[in-house]
Design a protein around this ligand. Structure first.
Ligand code: LLP
Length: 411
């Protein structure tokens, strides 16, 4: 989104036109931004056999998934439902990996039945897998490397107190199961966390994994997870992709030479690919003066974008109805849910009026996918703009959606 002729546009479409046509609250995704991010990642690792496995939990709209497929990206999924969405979007089962975390064995079986590679995160499930499939079905192992990384405790997954993965200290137990069932371990996986600024964290985790890899002679894939930090505001620190690309490429090439085989290097980014492509538009229901602060109350809330409340995440908020006015007034921006759902505090913005349209940046990842029907409100519509064409990719919910599956009984 940028200013052109004193109005905000996304790929030449004025955003206020989008809001008029599709109404607010509205999620809009800029497909060209996704394409740009895919290309950055591809060129960063162009010297190794790198594959992008988009962590689709970040944004599972099937048209976004389809765009990913068109761009040569594959999928990392975490539920049977995400497998189905991936297949529906046109991915072949071979392009999908099911990274399970403490799921029921039914879901592992479901993945195998769908011909989707399973990534197992605990020893009891690995044992069951061995009992049932032996070496007839390839498997990946999710390892917890005991590396600390991520923007806050809630989104750190690779440290020793995390629930995720099989602890690296349990290497002997893993190998015992692999030998007992002659398991066909084709890949090792780790994911340290989300919003990881420091490239060294990726290198540290990679080193742990590459050392472990020598204990598994038939690997095809090394999966270093996702977690690249994107920018949420001007001047924000982000993962130095170019620097990381150089170091990891070198490490990986040296490893492959020693290992005696060129493996595929996988990443599973979510935010890196879709955070910055997404915008949530909402309207001011009220501008409310209080003795000590003024708030802008929007027609959205934690039901549509929970990241500020759940992680104290910073999202830039722009009054797109006042594109050129001076930012001379301080506001708190809040939602309309009957809970404290503060989006932003003490932000300098143009003087606001009821009916002004506001835009949240970085709304493409973990925005809609974490939305709910709390307060029995509808989830917003979603629009994808690609090659300057505007596509409605999800209709706004209606009362029928709220009542669907509810049963009014005779009492
Ligand atoms: N791979 C695995 C196994 C993951 O669990 C995740 C995210 C990713 C990849 C992608 O991470 P990303 O590149 O998006 O950082 N809802 C939180 C983030 C939770 C991430 C969960 N796992 C947020 O909005 O900050």
């Amino acid at each position: 989104m940028h200013l052109a002729n004193n109005q905000y546009v996304i790929q030449n479409t004025p955003v206020l036109d989008l809001c008029n046509e599709f109404e607010t609250p509205l999620y809009v995704y800029d497909g060209s931004k996704i394409e740009e991010k895919v290309n950055i990642l591809k060129s960063t690792f162009s010297d190794v056999n790198m594959k992008i496995k988009y962590a689709c939990k970040a944004n599972t709209n099937i048209s976004v998934l389809k765009l990913m497929k068109t761009l040569g990206v594959e999928l990392d999924v975490v539920s049977p439902q995400e497998i189905q969405l991936g297949l529906k979007a046109g991915f072949s089962p071979k392009q999908i990996t099911f990274t399970s975390s403490g799921v029921s064995f039914d879901e592992i079986e479901n993945s195998v039945e769908n011909d989707v590679l399973v990534n197992i995160d605990n020893l009891p499930t690995l044992e069951k897998f061995g009992e049932k499939y032996g070496n007839t079905v390839p498997v990946m192992l999710r390892i917890r490397p005991n590396v600390v990384g991520g923007g806050n405790l809630k989104i750190m997954t690779g440290h020793k107190d995390s629930k995720f993965g099989i602890a690296i200290e349990q290497k002997d137990q893993i190998l015992a199961l692999v030998n007992k069932y002659n398991l066909d371990v084709v890949g090792l996986h780790q994911h340290t966390g989300s919003d990881i600024k420091d490239g060294q964290t990726f290198v540290d985790a990679a080193k742990v994994m590459l050392e472990l890899a020598f204990s598994f002679p038939d690997l095809k894939y090394m999966d270093f997870g996702g977690g690249f930090k994107v920018s949420y505001k001007e001047g924000d620190a982000i993962t130095d992709m170019a620097g990381l690309g150089k170091i990891l490429t070198q490490e990986f090439k040296t490893f492959c030479t020693k290992y005696g085989k060129e493996l595929e290097l996988w990443f599973e980014p979510g935010k890196f690919l879709v955070s910055e492509c997404g915008y949530l538009f909402a309207e001011a229901n009220v501008v409310k003066e209080n003795p000590t602060f003024t708030l802008i109350g929007l027609n959205t809330g934690l039901n549509h974008l929970i990241r500020p409340m759940m992680y104290d995440a910073y999202h830039e908020v722009i009054n797109v109805s006042k594109p050129t006015q001076a930012k001379d007034t301080e506001y708190n921006v809040v939602g309309y849910i009957c809970e404290t759902d503060d989006f932003a505090k003490n932000r300098m913005m143009p003087s606001a009026d009821q009916g002004d349209v506001f835009c949240f940046l970085n709304a493409g990842a973990y925005g809609f996918t974490m939305a709910s029907n709390y307060n029995s409100r509808f989830k917003p519509a979603e629009v994808l703009i690609y090659k300057e064409k505007v596509h409605l990719v999800r209709a706004r919910e209606t009362m029928e959606d709220i009542l669907k599956n509810q049963i009014l009984v005779e009492l």
